[in-house]
Design a protein around this ligand. Sequence first.
Ligand SMILES: Cc1cc2nc3c(=O)[nH]c(=O)nc-3n(C[C@H](O)[C@H](O)[C@H](O)COP(=O)(O)OP(=O)(O)OC[C@H]3O[C@@H](n4cnc5c(N)ncnc54)[C@H](O)[C@@H]3O)c2cc1C
Length: 493
Amino acid sequence: MSASERVRVAVVGAGAGGLVAAAYLAKAGVHVEVFEAQAHVGGCASCFTIGGNRFHAGATTLVGLEPHMPLARMLDELDLAVPHHRLERAMAIARAGETIRLAQDNAANAARFERTFGHAFGAFWAHAAAVAPRAWSLIAEAPVPPKTFADLAWLATSREAWALLPELLTTTRSRLEGFGQVPREGIELLDELLLVSTQATSARTPALFGAVGCEYLERPLYMPHGGLGALFELVAARVRARGALLHLSTRVDAVRVHAQHVTIEANGTTTEFDAVVLGLTCWDAARLVHGAPRATFERQAKRHRDAWSAAGGYFVVDDVFGDDAPVYTQVVLERPMRSTGARGFFVTVPPREDRSLVPNTGERTLTVSCHTESEPWFSCDDSAFRERRSELLEEIEGGLRAAIPALAHARVHARHPATPRTWQSFTGRHLGRVGGLPFARDLRTLAYPTGATGSPHVVAVGDTVFPGQSVTATAIGARRGALALLAHFARSA
Ligand SMILES: Cc1cc2nc3c(=O)[nH]c(=O)nc-3n(C[C@H](O)[C@H](O)[C@H](O)COP(=O)(O)OP(=O)(O)OC[C@H]3O[C@@H](n4cnc5c(N)ncnc54)[C@H](O)[C@@H]3O)c2cc1C
């Protein structure tokens, strides 16, 4: 029996972070119990059903299933085969009456952007594609952000880390403008794209992360059969098959950390474990955890205050889409939305051939989301909230009809809004803060939480742990967290 096989670990939250960590721990023979407040797994990357239609709740894009990419390697390590659609030319940008269809071909996209926004934008786009794969490799392997002398020593001896340092020290906007003059519309477009991937605009995002955020738009994209939620339903099934217990509809009320063990309080019962993985944001961990690591989470929560929430809607519309319609469209609006303040929104129309996502012939489901500040949705009274929520749906519907010509006269069969209040109740995230921490070029990025808490038997995972937002990045961080915990068990055996 190995050291890991004698230990008991609680995992709080069955989102991407908690589940991936649980899968690695269960594979190593650890006794794992996962506590999930909802009746389903997946959190922000789950699917839900209303009126017979299955919708993506939040996350809809998945990158990294090529064999050499970190996510594919992880699925391999976990012996997981994920049936999926590989989506060709899936991404489009709709702005000012034109649609830019992105190809899985950087030169073609760079040429297209050069025609629309000038030489500098095209050159920047080509540069980003050269930097991004190197950034992905470094993020997956290096101890970043460095927190100890050993981490710094690792980075100091890495030639690749030195080579990429200038990309970390300059902003994406400066890198772009270093190639020449760019019209305002080009910068606004880049800002919209980066908000989705790095949670910050080009003037704040380091060029290193900006490159990753741009290049992801021309990566092959994948949709698991049944949507992103199905991916985590598969991971959960694998975790169970390895003997772990999955307690659904079980909200954890407190995590108490002692010198050698932790206790989990849920449903009026207290259970003792050797260690805990917190698949929660730093803001929520700061409220739930009692004992030494609480101070770490409180510090993180105080430092990283400016996080976004999301708003959007779920629609069922006439199937007016051609066979070659893009699955994903980033709509850039002429004016910011009144309800959300966003300059655009992201639309997903799942492929027609997936009958579990498109059950009714002649109809299609749409998931729409955008960034919004959370506080205004909570500080208003109920009647102002309802008014704002109606305005949200109207603005999205108007924007969809204007940006996607086929939808101009389509019938809308059902519409369901999603606001920060929805996100708070759906994921338990305080103020509905979704989407991780902004990758801004200030000291806070260097202070991006790594998941270490000062107590080796308490590890944080999820999208407020480096490398942060997105299903793939969260999975990378969760793998690291699980391996750190296994290393701790091995040392203390
Ligand atoms: C609108 C939107 C669109 C997005 N689009 C994309 C995209 O297209 N592609 C992409 O890769 N990423 C996307 N993301 C980001 C991605 O979904 C997240 O980064 C990732 O899923 C976060 O996983 P997590 O485990 O950190 O957190 P969560 O998904 O929030 O999971 C946390 C889990 O913990 C549970 N929980 C919370 N509190 C408790 C408690 N006290 N006790 C027990 N359980 C608890 C919750 O119910 C939840 O299931 C999107 C996110 C949003 C919100």
